[in-house]
Design a binder for this molecule. Structure first.
Ligand code: SAM
Length: 247
């Protein structure tokens, strides 16, 4: 098993970079989160952002009135990220709205069923043991809960990668290292190894900003709801239809 991998920059640089270069991708994630939140019937919920980095995505979620009833918790494994996330949240005067905790996705301190919604972005290739991490994500979900994990893929749509690298270049950051990422097939293999064939699926958008990667959706819904989501996803009439493609 390999080690958990930190980002290739200092936490302060990463904070600056995620403020500007990835806002297009924040929008896709927030759209997907809202779809899942609506599907589960809004109300008071707990959301965990695992591998939150410096919590920039959580700042946007906190600013959105659609999510005002959701308790927001960001976690990260690396101490410098946790410190920077706390500082970023404090500077935004959101410390009483967003809690930042240090923990490892492979061994989370929360009890089973602690979260209604879990999000995680660009994290799988940082994890030492993806199947174990997926098992933890599933354990943490409440019954009816959903996790949305968006991950860049080794073989992205060329236009999506070109656009991503253009945004990075604007911030003075080198092109993304795609060789360290996984393919959708490899991630499907991790889900299978985690025993989550029935509860997990991998969607691979072919166009729009989301075509940079894949979405892993893990659900703790019962049989009927799980299959309903799969069916409407397949025939393309649902709000799940390429939510990553819209700009
Ligand atoms: C590319 S960054 C993504 C950060 C954030 N999700 C975003 O979209 O900006 C990957 C994050 O995963 C964190 N990480 C790496 N291994 C982890 C682990 N085992 N448990 C939790 N977080 C981890 C890193 O510290 C880093 O903040």
């Amino acid at each position: 098993m390999r080690d958990n991998m930190p980002v290739h920059y200092s936490a302060a640089d990463y904070d600056r970079y995620t403020t500007d270069a990835v806002s297009t991708y924040d929008d896709g994630m927030i759209r997907r989160l809202l779809q899942e939140y609506r599907l589960m019937g809004r109300g008071k919920r707990v959301l965990l952002d695992i591998g939150t980095g410096t919590a920039q995505l959580l700042l946007k979620i906190a600013a959105d009135p659609d999510f005002e009833d959701i308790e927001l918790i960001g976690t990260d494994f690396f101490e410098d990220m946790v410190e920077q996330a706390r500082q970023t949240v404090a500077e935004a005067e959101l410390s009483d709205r967003i809690r930042i905790e240090q923990s490892d996705v492979h061994e989370m301190p929360q009890p089973e069923g602690a979260a209604d919604l879990i999000i995680s972005r660009s994290t799988i290739h940082h994890w030492a043991d993806p199947p174990q991490a997926f098992r933890e994500v599933f354990r943490l979900l409440k019954r009816g809960g959903v996790a949305i994990i968006h991950e860049p893929r080794r073989d992205p749509a060329p236009e999506a990668l070109a656009e991503f690298n253009r945004l990075r270049a604007e911030q003075g950051i080198e092109p993304a290292r795609m060789d360290e990422k996984y393919t959708s097939e490899e991630v499907r293999g991790f889900l299978a190894e985690a025993g989550l064939n029935r509860n997990g699926m991998v969607l691979t958008p072919m166009q729009g900003p989301g075509a940079l990667g894949m979405e892993v959706r893990i659900s703790k819904a019962g049989w009927f709801r799980r299959n309903l989501v799969k069916l409407v996803g397949k025939i393309g009439i649902s709000p799940l239809k390429n939510p990553w493609g819209n700009r």
